[in-house]
Write a protein that binds this ligand. Structure first.
Ligand code: ADP
Ligand code: MN
Length: 494
């Protein structure tokens, strides 16, 4: 066949049956729509709009009504299932928590807007971050800007699949739905707050299973770290405490320009709120968090603990104190370098038997580190003891600093004194002749010169100092110079 020949004039044939069926389809469609629409109007007489003045021009209103209808149908189905399962049984199961429509559920998600993963120190004033208006991906002629509506719309529809599994998004891909960014973001926000609401409802159940160390959402968060390549594998749990669970993990490659250590510890702050209640005093009076505390719900306060540990570890790292290095903080999950080797965590000072030489070395180092912590990091550990000091690589490492406070904290000096008591007792019992007693240690660390020679008087003087400082803060809006060199804590770059 000659390629330049005239094309065959094959008329596009279309059978009568095809035309007919298309017409038939249209007719059926119309019929269906006619049948469906009156119902929508009927719903309009429901809880949303009363009276004759039904406005059907608002897409939002219609969508909300349909959603309501869907929710109610869903609940009705749930009730049927509930009935079927329970039958005449005397003991019945309630599906109450799974219902979509809740009697007192006018719940605004306002205070639930997700806590930002604040990676900046709270001292620094918040600078509004400006997102570049012209986001684009791709290279050269394949460039796709966010303004390419069709591509972007399809992408958004596909991304909707990433919402929580139980969040029903419908078959948007099948019908080639194109979601604008605005709509997508609104839906995403809704999916999240819905997820949180549902999590809140089911929380009690999740946490009642004691052997599960973390709740499903946290597991997902950790899974994402593996999936994203930051971690290679999470091998298992190192410690289950009252307030946290710690896991061991092998690090992945480079993430976000950061080298992830070959072995990591993942500290998950428990989202069960009970244990944290008695820790209020640490954070409530910490001026760094003062203006935030009052506005926060307990869930956010737990994230604040994680955040606090991160900032404190960073300060210590910058001062050269041996401690875990922060890798990343995601919500209430803090990833840091692992102190130990080949999955074996370094022993706590209380569990290790040291030669008297090493014991002395450990003491001298601890004294140094406490001074550094106070003077260079402007921090008091506030839970320092042989339980939170690890022995690794021939030296002492400080861990567990989420509760650490600045010396000017209203109880900062009392916390320091308690730390000194623990440390002093441990090393004195351990046979270190050079070990200072708690009062000497306190003065050595703080640079203060409290002369009382018994504990009661000593503590009274500490309290008097704290009170003096508080009054000074009240009257002059700033701390006394004896507490820190320049009044303001140092700011470190992360
Ligand atoms: P908790 O508040 O539960 O005491 P910790 O931070 O003290 O939390 O961690 C609990 C235990 O987990 C520690 O005693 C230690 O054995 C282990 N651990 C915590 N962080 C690390 C780390 N970075 N490397 C190795 N082990 C760690
Ligand atoms: Mn601890």
């Amino acid at each position: 066949q000659c390629p330049w020949g005239a094309p065959n004039t094959t008329s596009i044939s279309c059978s009568l049956a095809d035309v007919m069926s298309e017409q038939l389809a249209k007719e059926l469609q119309l019929e269906e729509e006619n049948a469906a629409f009156p119902e929508v109007v009927a719903v309009a007489e429901g809880p949303f709009i009363t009276g004759e003045n039904v406005d059907t021009s608002s897409d939002l209103m219609l969508a909300q009504m349909l959603q309501m209808e869907f929710d109610r149908e869903y609940d009705a189905q749930l009730r049927r299932e509930e009935k079927k399962i329970n039958g005449d049984s005397k003991v019945s199961i309630s599906f109450e928590n799974y219902r979509k429509v809740h009697p007192y559920d006018s719940d605004s998600s306002e205070d639930e807007v997700d806590w930002q993963d604040t990676r900046h120190d709270p001292y620094r004033a918040d600078k509004p971050t400006t997102t570049p208006r012209r986001g684009f991906i791709g290279k050269g002629k394949d460039i796709t800007t966010k303004h390419d509506e069709v591509v972007c719309g399809r992408k958004n529809t596909a991304r909707m699949e990433n919402f929580a599994p139980e969040f029903q998004v419908g078959d948007g891909i099948g019908m080639d739905l194109k979601l604008s960014n605005q709509v997508f973001n609104a839906l995403k926000q809704h999916a999240y707050s819905e997820e949180r609401r549902s999590a809140r409802l089911h929380e009690k159940k999740e946490h009642s299973t004691a052997e599960k160390a973390v709740d499903p959402k946290t597991r997902l968060l950790m899974y994402k770290m593996v999936n994203g390549g930051m971690l290679e594998t999470i091998t298992g749990c190192i410690s289950t405490g009252k307030e946290s669970v710690v896991f061991h993990a092998y690090g992945g490659s480079v993430t976000e320009g950061k080298v992830v250590p070959s072995e990591c510890a993942i500290k998950v702050f428990k989202t069960t709120l009970n244990e944290f209640k008695n820790r209020d005093k640490y954070i409530k009076d910490d001026y760094r968090f003062k203006d935030r505390f009052s506005k926060l719900n307990p869930r956010k306060i737990i994230r604040m603990w994680a955040e606090k540990e991160m900032h404190n570890l960073t300060r210590m790292q910058n001062a050269g104190i041996p401690c875990p290095q922060v890798v990343i903080l995601k919500k209430h999950v803090l990833v840091m370098s692992f102190i130990g080797q080949d999955r074996v965590p370094a022993p706590k000072l209380k569990d290790v038997t040291l030669s008297s030489e090493d014991m002395k070395k450990a003491y001298c180092q601890t004294l140094d580190m406490m001074q550094q912590l106070y003077k260079e990091c402007n921090l008091v550990h506030a839970d320092l003891s042989e339980y939170n000091m690890l022995w690794h690589d021939g030296k002492v490492w400080f861990i567990d600093v989420s509760q650490s406070v600045e010396p000017t904290h209203p109880h900062g000096l009392q916390f320091l004194f308690r730390d000194c008591k623990n440390v002093s007792q441990f090393f004195q019992k351990g046979g270190v002749a050079e070990a200072l007693n708690e009062r000497e240690l306190f003065n050595a660390v703080s640079g203060l010169n409290i002369t009382a020679d018994n504990e009661v008087d000593f503590q009274a003087e500490i309290e008097a100092l704290e009170k003096m400082n508080e009054d000074h803060v009240q009257n002059h809006g700033k701390k006394l110079p004896m507490f820190s060199s320049d009044g303001d804590p140092p700011i470190y770059d992360e």
